[in-house]
Design a protein around this ligand. Structure first.
Ligand SMILES: C[S@@+](CC[C@H](N)C(=O)[O-])C[C@H]1O[C@@H](n2cnc3c(N)ncnc32)[C@H](O)[C@@H]1O
Length: 228
């Protein structure tokens, strides 16, 4: 029997007081960390397919086993769905058989992948960040994606953006960071009492444990052709 999932515990009582300062700093500076050679190879492996794909591109960032990526690919047959995760073990446990033609799962570090995608001029139709690691200690603020120097790059890729998390503070901080970037975003909660289409294995396990999950959705930026 599966053990119930623990809720996120933190000694940070609400959104982090340093978040605004950090996001503002990252808005002013371009992050310069060198790109790893293995990330460049991984990106090159999918860039050709993305460039020749006639339809939109959806990125499932931190896809874990790729179960959510597979669902996105089946729901959006015209789109190329890229599931990216740094864990070979998780990807290895995922969908291997009968992978649809519009699904590509690859192992890469997102901090490099996002920058390579931006440098290649990618514009996504949809960008999913489902259940990122919460990093709940206050001292780990800079490891949360919205407080990380790569966040401006993540946003520059455009598209409808959706975050899901089981830590309300993460969702509220994500929304705050988006606001600081001039992106309006709607926050709501998903819980077992509501009819929810489960998007990923982590979401399934949290909801099965009776936890509340949170979703933050932002429409594509006005410059994009899309919208929501
Ligand atoms: C909590 S799991 C969620 C997995 C999946 N999205 C789900 O909802 O079932 C977070 C995932 O993010 C991946 N991850 C964390 N940091 C990453 C990074 N820098 N680059 C790529 N993947 C990363 C981890 O390997 C892990 O699979």
């Amino acid at each position: 029997m599966q053990q119930p999932s623990r809720t996120v515990t933190s000694n940070q009582p609400g959104t982090h007081p340093a978040l605004t300062r950090k996001v503002a700093r990252h808005l002013k500076q371009t992050w310069q960390r060198p790109l790893a050679a293995h990330s460049q190879r991984a990106f090159a492996g999918c860039a050709e397919k993305a460039a020749s794909w006639p339809g939109p591109v959806i990125l499932d960032a931190g896809c874990g086993t790729g179960a959510s990526s597979l669902q996105l690919a089946m729901d959006n047959p015209q789109a190329l769905v890229l599931g990216v995760d740094k864990s070979a073990a998780r990807l290895g446990r995922g969908v291997v058989d009968a992978r649809p033609e519009n699904l590509l799962l690859l192992r890469a570090d997102l901090v490099d992948f996002w920058r390579l995608a931006q440098a290649a001029g990618w514009q996504l139709a949809r960008h999913c960040v489902f259940y990122p690691n919460p990093w709940p200690k206050p001292g780990h603020l800079g490891r949360r994606w919205h407080a990380h120097p790569v966040f401006p790059t993540l946003l520059a890729l455009g598209g409808e953006l959706e975050l899901r998390t089981n830590w309300e503070t993460y969702a509220r901080e994500w929304q705050q960071a988006l606001t600081l970037h001039g992106r309006a975003a709607a926050l709501d909660s998903l819980d077992a009492g509501r009819s929810v289409t489960v998007v990923s294995p982590f979401e399934r396990k949290y909801l099965a444990s009776g936890q509340r999950c949170w979703r933050v959705r932002a429409c594509a930026p006005p410059a994009d052709a899309g919208g929501c």
